[in-house]
Design a protein around this ligand. Structure first.
Ligand code: C5P
Length: 239
């Protein structure tokens, strides 16, 4: 029997790199808050999915008001964020039962497609966790600051083989009893995504092809790109 599906939408970051007053998950894309756009993709992909949204404490009322004012009807459990993303995910997982599948997704990745979400959920039925990745297209350099002039220099003898490098995206989808147990471990600064937590816990994960357009909107440039992509898709462009 198929496991029940949950999505934890991570939106408790302050968005300092965007340089805006409002955290980036609430900025507008295509006439809607980025967070609403993100939730809508999951609702389209998996009608009936249980949604848990992690927000900064001071924006919980803001988001409730937004949903009311914009007539955005999405039953969701609201959870208060933690000091780091790790602590935010841990808070949310308390609301997820064992025996389910849980997708953890960045609230600022609204361009993921319903088809990819369904594909990843399907794969996760048969393994501890599935992580979407995209191959690295740039040549990677291992550098260190060279002084106070804002430039870098190579760290001697350190090169990386691009052919084995991939960028990890979300949604990262896990069997819930496994990720809940992994998040029982003590926090470590190397935990930059959920896969790194579950791997450290000793579970071997599967990696599947992600989507190049599924960008994490982090800087003002990303927002320009996301608006261009949304406009192009709205004009009928497809991949
Ligand atoms: O900071 P970073 O870019 O890794 O954030 C990725 C996602 O995690 C964002 O959607 C952000 O809102 C969320 N986050 C969170 N709680 C934190 C920090 C980040 O939910 N304490």
């Amino acid at each position: 029997m198929e496991r029940k599906r949950y999505v934890v939408i991570m939106a408790a970051g302050s968005g300092s790199r965007m340089g805006a007053q409002l955290p980036k998950q609430f900025l507008e894309l295509d006439g809607k808050a980025i967070l609403q756009k993100t939730m809508e993709v999951f609702l389209e992909a998996c009608p009936g999915i249980s949604v848990i949204c992690v927000l900064p404490d001071e924006f919980i009322q803001y988001w409730k008001d937004y949903c009311l004012e914009h007539n955005f009807i999405c039953p969701q459990i609201l959870v208060k964020g933690g000091i780091t993303r790790f602590h935010s995910v841990r808070n949310a997982l308390e609301r997820v039962p064992e025996g389910a599948l849980v997708a953890v997704h960045d609230g600022v990745r609204p361009l993921v497609t319903p088809g990819k979400i369904r594909e990843l959920f399907g794969l996760a039925e048969n393994c501890p966790g599935v992580i979407p990745v995209v191959p690295c297209v740039d040549t990677m350099k291992v550098l260190q600051a060279s002084g106070h002039d804002g430039l870098w220099e190579e760290i001697p003898g350190r090169t990386v083989d691009r052919s084995i490098l991939f960028g990890a995206q979300t949604p990262q989808i896990f069997q819930s009893e496994i990720i809940k147990a992994a998040y029982g471990m003590a926090y470590d600064t190397s935990f930059t995504d959920d896969a790194s937590v579950v791997s450290r816990y000793g579970k071997s994960l599967s990696y599947a092809m992600g989507e190049r357009l599924n960008i994490k909107i982090t800087t003002p440039e990303d927002l320009i790109l996301a608006r261009a992509v949304t406009a192009a898709l709205g004009e009928g462009y497809s991949l």
